[in-house]
Design a protein around this ligand. Sequence first.
Ligand code: ADP
Ligand code: ADP
Ligand code: ZN
Ligand code: ZN
Length: 776
Amino acid sequence: MHDPHDPYVRVRGAREHNLRGVDVDIPRDVLAVFTGVSGSGKSSLAFGTVYAEAQRRYFESVAPYARRLIHQVGAPKVGEITGLPPAVSLQQRRSAPTSRSSVGTVTNLSNSLRMLFSRAGDYPPGAERLDSDAFSPNTAAGACPECHGLGQVHRTSEELLVPDPSLSIRDGAIAAWPGAWQGKNLRDILDALGHDVDRPWRELPAEQREWILFTDEQPVVTVHPVRDADRIQRPYQGTYMSARRYVMKTFSDSRSATLRAKAERFLTAAPCPACGGSRLRPEALAVTCAGRTIAELAALPLLELAGLPHGASETARVLTEDLRSRIAPVVELGLGYLSLDRATPTLSAGELQRLRLATQLRSGLFGVVYVLDEPSAGLHPADTEALLSVLERLKAAGNSVFVVEHHLEVMRGADWLVDVGPRAGEHGGQVLYSGPPEGLASVRESATARFLFDRSPVPEREVRVPIGQLKIGPVTRHNLRGVTAEFPLGVFTAVTGVSGSGKSTLIGEITEESAGVGRLVCVDQKPIGRTPRSNLATYTGLFDVVRKEFAATGQARERGYGVGRFSFNVAGGRCETCQGEGFVSVELLFLPSTYAACPDCGGARYNPETLEVTYRGRNIAQVLDLTVEAAAGFFADTPAVARSLGTLLDVGLGYLRLGQPATELSGGEAQRIKLASELQRGRRGHTLYLLDEPTTGLHPADVEVLMRQLHGLVDAGHTVIVVEHDMSVVAGADWVIDLGPGGGDAGGRIVAAGPPTEVARVTGSATAPYLARTLH
Ligand code: ADP
Ligand code: ADP
Ligand code: ZN
Ligand code: ZN
């Protein structure tokens, strides 16, 4: 029986993904850091097991319908977990922020500011005091009536909705309409309403076209569906919705990002003329604090907003003080350059997670376990101490803090380390160590121990001589004001600076035209695809060769199966239930949609006939299930495939499965897949490679592998520019451009530029002291 006073979370028999029946005990009320090389199983343990189990229990306790959904999505594969508190995840990998979410809403700071305006604002003479809701563009009371609080007005036109007027409605003239049954339904309704759905669109009378596209009426008619090949449908009552109405409704209400994006293609946007883009109704914009409207204050950097004068009344003083104390931790985590009105989709994943973290300090929750994914991502070493202090405070409030991290300073600051390994995928999945950090020193097979305890300086390396200069600027954008930067060509350059100093803005100016080099390649961490339809094999192109091999087998030729038969993206060979995805989407209330294995093919993606064809004893689904490493052996004598696999091994991705869907890959994995496909392409002239924080998600051992690849590119005559916080990478660069000195308006200048040894000596650079420490 479980003893409620037992101070440990005890995990028994964890088998999620690559975990090999892991047993581990982690004390509650500590800062525990999960370490291990990329793909070793840290996230499978921290998120896939501990967090997922806590979520499962929570949903079972609050929502009776959840049981069925959890069954569909699958509970974590674990024998038993005892002593598990409720969990809160601050991870951001898969959340789909809505267009209305902003720094202010994520942090709740908007609420505090609205309260201040409602209770203590300066109102025009005779105006009634407004409720705090009236200052929110996201409520009916506050939203600008013209743009419904969007700040933009969206319009559509016949040209956008009907791109090809020579088509009839039946042939798909109305491009904006939904596909499948819904689209057919609308067509049948128009037919029932007496419109000619077989005449070319341009021949329909103008008033009919106008009505079909733009009416606000929603007539209901009895539809007698045309009998489709094998389906017989009964007459039903159908409601018409004009194309504009459908597009607008989908754009503003749909929970599916894909559908919203599709709807957006039929719209053009302009700032709302009524509110000037501030999204608020005029009554709210008439109220001021310290002489400014709420929209003006929301546009200020938080650091400035925190300096807002206190106001005269006691209420104003209390409310301003509350606002300041809430802003303080955000500033502390290096985010003082953000403004409340900044839309969340424009933030990096690291910024968003730190915002959530800062917000949690005021949540008053205790007795929960916070699970975080690399909170140091995007954070300059100067801000790491602040991060640790914030984690300590969460802990001091009576919580457990479980963090997946690669940053050595965060590991050193932990109370407890859980080291997973020894390597990735099937070569990992074991807990090598669980205990206080010092104890890891004696664990020989740990890849982490070597980096954590060896403090010898990086060996000196000869600095390369540039073969030219790339001049960028003058750049005036965001916080950069007329900045000119010179990037040496043919060498490895690191761009450094605190979060918000302008690094991404600066390198964003490097384009094919401005660079004047043969080719510019941006290797970013964006997903290689947003649906399970894209995967490693399709992205790198190796799947094309694999399919040819299958089509060339005697079995396939006998049956007349061509290359297309082995594609899961077109009808023919694929499983039609999931249309080759292997998964079906499950919509969970309050949660982003998740995927569950297809009930028909069980994830194989193909129909049984296709799976009967084998190549060297494996069917196509089994080949997709091979890891890169295993596939390299299997395809050793198929040069085109072997070459792709070789480059994937080179960037340390041997543990990934060929068919692993894009949706399961981390940002760092996606980035390395892109790099590998670049490497495999072979060298055609001088190429400039741009990478924004390539070490995110990578263990120091993975960083070594990645750096070997990048330096290899430079040795082959190319140019590499990285934005980086990892001082071991910066120390190994030929040239450093340091931006700052601070973030936002306090940054945006080039503080230092030169070889690492010189930059390390520049006073006034936030980077210099950390670089110096790594070099000596
Ligand atoms: P880490 O967090 O240490 O980088 P992960 O826990 O993400 O490692 O991955 C461990 C192993 O599990 C890897 O081989 C990875 O490819 C695999 N894996 C991760 N997510 C999934 C998933 N959703 N389905 C199947 N395998 C997965
Ligand atoms: P870094 O890459 O050094 O973290 P950024 O280039 O992202 O810094 O940001 C520099 C400044 O520009 C910051 O003040 C930031 O708030 C602002 N900024 C960056 N992106 C946007 C954007 N999409 N919209 C408005 N401001 C932005
Ligand atoms: Zn408006
Ligand atoms: Zn299926």
